[in-house]
Design a protein around this ligand. Structure first.
Ligand SMILES: Cc1ncc(COP(=O)(O)O)c(C=O)c1O
Length: 417
């Protein structure tokens, strides 16, 4: 069945135009009957929205290839598949990230090894190296809350131990490290375009890479069985191209939204960065309080301002004092509150809950290592940093408002010190 006016009318309804404006748009749309669009990315005669979004995203990120997929989780799955990660392999993941970065490892039938984060709230390269075993094949380096991980150190450890590096850039789209875009350091960079992200298409994601082989394999995996290669039924163009995959294709509807969002990305980031800088530059914290360490302040996306109190109690008091002063603030770890971003809540992994009863990957005969000692307190440093962290939302954009926010932060911190 074709997508005609009726579908477009439903889309118009998504924007809350006034009834008068909606009626006018409907009149205009009804007066013409253009040929219906192909909402499937691989049909249509010209370059479709998904393909345009891929081209623009690759260009924006400075990567050779970008593959659009239907979520950030799909992007991670496709990257792991492209890198050949599976039964018998261990993958290092940080203890602070959205659960998806770890669950994809189990879904790929590999073993997640949970690592500490450091004062950047991203994976700690030293703990990463400590946890490497002969089974370790990859690390998922996540750039949390808009800010890069310690990429020089992570890449040095990865090169030394011949590990694949998959960057999870879901929360830091457009961020950089020493002038290079996040997502281009490792083998693959994975992005989420879900509703809550810096750039979004409702649901969606991208995998970027400079490696043609990895791009081909990610394409195959995301497209059931590499159905939609340039020549659909050709024999494999290179060994490793053909295997049974899943379907993570992005539709033209998501592609259209993603394309517009990518075009707006730089401008959007400029606004957030300027506001954060205007607040941050005015912050003067009492002794024992500290700002989250920025491995590269220039590359920050500016989406979050995070500081550390000297104790969880002082962090709670500071959150209260900030709220009293009209500043939106929240903590990141409280043992009584469930939060999928903290590993101690990942009971699926800690208790080795699996899809099928044989217990794979935790019982996999291909796995020759010793399972990590999964416990809620296995990464004490991570819990310490998170329980003392205070996340401050910056909604103000003009300089006077930013100055007010900074003054409120200074006052609140002084009151609880
Ligand atoms: C760090 C991180 N990785 C992966 C994902 C998964 O992205 P999606 O919701 O698009 O599957 C998210 C989403 O919140 C995320 O924050």
């Amino acid at each position: 069945m074709q997508a005609n006016h009726e579908e477009l009318m439903e889309l118009v309804d998504l924007w809350n135009y006034s009834p008068e404006a909606t009626a006018k748009i409907r009149d205009i749309l009804q007066s013409e009957s253009p040929p219906p669009p192909h909402l499937f990315r691989y049909y249509g005669k010209e370059e479709g929205k998904v393909q345009q979004a891929e081209r623009l995203f690759a260009e924006t990120m400075g990567a050779k290839h970008a593959l659009a997929v239907n979520s950030g989780t799909s992007a991670l799955m496709a990257a792991l598949a492209a890198c050949g990660i599976g039964p018998g392999d261990e993958v290092l993941v940080p203890g602070y990230t959205f659960f998806a970065s770890a669950s994809v490892v189990v879904a790929s039938k590999a073993i997640p090894v949970i690592c500490e984060v450091n004062d950047s709230l991203n994976i700690d390269p030293e703990d990463m190296e400590r946890k490497i075993t002969p089974q370790t094949k990859a690390v998922i380096a996540v750039h949390m809350r808009g800010l890069c991980a310690d990429m020089d150190e992570i890449m040095a450890v990865a090169r030394k131990h011949d590990l694949r590096v998959i960057e999870d850039v879901a929360q830091a789209c457009g961020g950089s490290y020493k002038g290079q875009m996040l997502g281009t350091f490792g083998d693959c960079g994975c992005f989420s375009f879900d509703f809550f992200k810096i750039a979004m298409s409702g649901e969606g994601g991208f995998v970027i890479t400079n490696d043609e082989f990895l791009d081909t394999r990610a394409q195959s995996w995301h497209d059931t069985a590499a159905c939609w290669r340039p020549d659909r039924y050709a024999k494999e163009r290179m060994p490793g191209e053909l295997f049974c995959g899943e379907n993570y294709r992005m539709s033209e509807l998501q592609g259209a939204v993603a394309l517009a969002q990518i075009r707006k990305l730089e401008n959007h980031l400029d606004g957030m960065r300027a506001a954060k800088k205007a607040v941050r530059d005015r912050i003067d914290l009492p002794e024992d309080f500290a700002m989250r360490r920025q491995p590269d302040p220039e590359g920050d996306t500016g989406i979050a301002l995070i500081l550390f109190a000297p104790s969880p109690e002082k962090a709670k008091a500071l959150i209260g004092a900030l709220k009293e002063r009209g500043v939106s603030a929240g903590g990141r770890f409280d043992a009584t509150v469930r939060d999928w971003h903290v590993y101690s809540n990942w009971e699926h992994i800690l208790e080795q809950k699996t899809l099928t009863s044989e217990g794979c990957p935790f019982t996999c005969p291909f796995y020759k290592g010793t399972l990590p000692d999964y416990r809620p307190d296995m990464c004490p440093k991570t819990l310490d940093f998170l329980s003392r962290s205070v996340h401050i939302g910056i909604s103000a954009r003009d300089d006077d408002k930013c100055a007010e926010t900074a003054a409120a932060i200074n006052e609140a911190a002084a009151a609880v010190a």
